[in-house]
Design a protein around this ligand. Structure first.
Ligand code: NAG
Length: 438
């Protein structure tokens, strides 16, 4: 009651002051203030608003140009997490210069969102032409294996040697791509340019899906049969595996499930989601992440519709068409097909973070702390430190699978880091050798 009286009294005073606005002797502070504010040119307000919004967006979208400037454009060093007794660190990773050096983002991409968007729309990929091999899995599924030989990219005059023979000892790198991505994706071309082999997820890259098995983030059977097939076919060639994004989750889960019994010599996991439940919660929190959620769900929906004939009996198509988020999609498709009781059950069971302890091959993991999709909250620091086979590299910047570097954004930092690690591992005594034979 008291404050009401005070307020109305103040208003009365004010209107009196407004009438006598010209008189500087007025005692009403608000009137004076209003009068003063109206004397400031409108464009000063607009300028202030502009500066304010730029500052807000700079922070909200995690731009880091000023930070790069403060570092004298030298970038920042990556943080390495490993077990103090790890021979994979002392014998292999410690000799890798890229992960011990600095990473500086391409100046005009110094924001994780801009990097990630640029990667997906332009990406500046090297020109790469694969040779496709169709692999028929024992369960009737079809997997496309897109091969790229080192002779294809070296530009040499000898193009005759374009296939591998049984006794070849040159290593083969098998790439496990991410969600709805195939070998045409820019970052995979960047990677493939330096490697020998790319494998596509079943049904991706334009190959028709012929089994009733639907893609999901925990489906390790495809990579298992492909790796065993390649090992049978080329028993002398060391097999390396690189998993990217959701493909990294599948890779780490597979390495944990099969432990010692994997036919591969070493592996690299880039931009791994690690914990799907945490990612699910994270991606709903802020507007920026919701945009990614929406964009990814559109990709999944289009993928599913492309292969609808094979799944018509299995999923809820009305639901899939209405999917607005990855979670919607997973509840209408992935869960029904993979026979999971709930979406959270699926996320819990398929998260690679709970398989880390059983990984028995040298594994390099690279994650960016500003990854806008695969949040740092999901990074399993303790589990990685506990396993002597794992070296975890976290960079301050990089976005999701981007890590552009150089003024012209022509190369990706993680591609260099992964290749160097595999190269050093290949010439070290620490390559994993499968103990049990099938
Ligand atoms: C760990 O790896 C072994 C093979 O080395 C495998 O038999 C076992 O099932 C794996 N454990 C888990 C929890 O996946």
């Amino acid at each position: 009651m008291e404050s009401f009286i005070w307020a109305s009294g103040a208003r009365e005073n004010c209107s009196t002051a407004a009438v006598a606005a010209a008189a500087a002797s007025s005692l009403c502070g608000y009137g004076l203030l209003l009068n003063g504010l109206s004397l400031i040119p409108i464009w000063h307000y607009l300028l202030g608003l502009l500066i304010g919004s730029v500052g807000f967006l700079y922070n909200y979208l995690d731009f880091h140009l000023l930070e790069d400037l403060r570092s004298g454009f030298r970038g920042s060093t990556a943080e390495l997490t490993y077990n103090p007794g790890s021979e994979i660190y002392s014998g292999v990773a410690s000799k890798c210069r890229v992960i011990h050096g600095r990473y500086l983002t391409t100046l005009w991409l110094s924001c994780p969102h801009i990097q990630t968007i640029f990667l997906n729309f332009f990406g500046r990929p090297p020109s790469v032409s694969y040779k496709r091999q169709i692999f028929h899995a024992p369960d009737g599924g079809t997997i496309a294996l897109d091969w790229l030989m080192s002779s294809d990219v070296s530009g040499g005059a000898f193009r005759a040697e374009s296939s591998i023979s049984r006794g070849d000892t040159a290593p083969i790198v098998v790439v496990v791509p991410g969600l709805t991505s195939d070998s045409a994706l820019p970052y995979l071309k960047h990677l493939a340019f330096n490697t020998a082999k790319l494998s596509n997820h079943r049904g991706l890259g334009g190959v028709s899906v012929t089994s009733d098995v639907f893609y999901n983030a925990g489906w390790t059977e495809d990579i298992r049969v492909v790796l065993h097939y390649l090992h049978e076919e080329y028993p002398k060639a060391p097999l390396f595996t690189v998993g990217t994004s959701v493909g990294a989750n599948i890779l780490v889960k597979y390495l944990g499930e099969d432990g010692e019994n994997v036919p591969i010599a070493g592996a690299v996991a880039i931009g791994c989601p690690w914990d799907l439940l945490i990612i699910d919660r994270f991606i709903k929190r802020r507007l920026v992440q919701k945009i990614y959620d929406r964009a990814l769900s559109i990709g999944l929906r289009d993928f599913a519709q492309l292969h609808q004939p094979h799944f018509s009996r299995l999923a809820n198509w009305d639901g899939i068409k209405k999917s607005r988020s990855i979670r919607d999609f997973d509840s209408y498709a992935t869960c029904l097909v993979g026979k999971f009781e709930t979406v959270d059950t699926y996320y819990r069971k398929c998260s690679s973070s709970s398989y880390i302890g059983n990984v028995s091959v040298p594994l390099l993991c690279i994650s960016a702390l500003d990854d806008p999709v695969c949040t740092t909250e999901a990074i399993p620091w303790d589990e990685c430190r506990a396993n002597k086979n794992i070296v975890l590299v976290t960079t301050k910047h990089g976005g999701h699978m981007a890590f552009f570097e150089g003024l012209t954004a022509s190369s990706l930092w993680w591609v260099r880091a992964a290749n160097e690690f595999l190269h050093v591992l290949h010439s070290s005594p620490y390559m994993h050798v499968q103990k049990k034979h099938y």
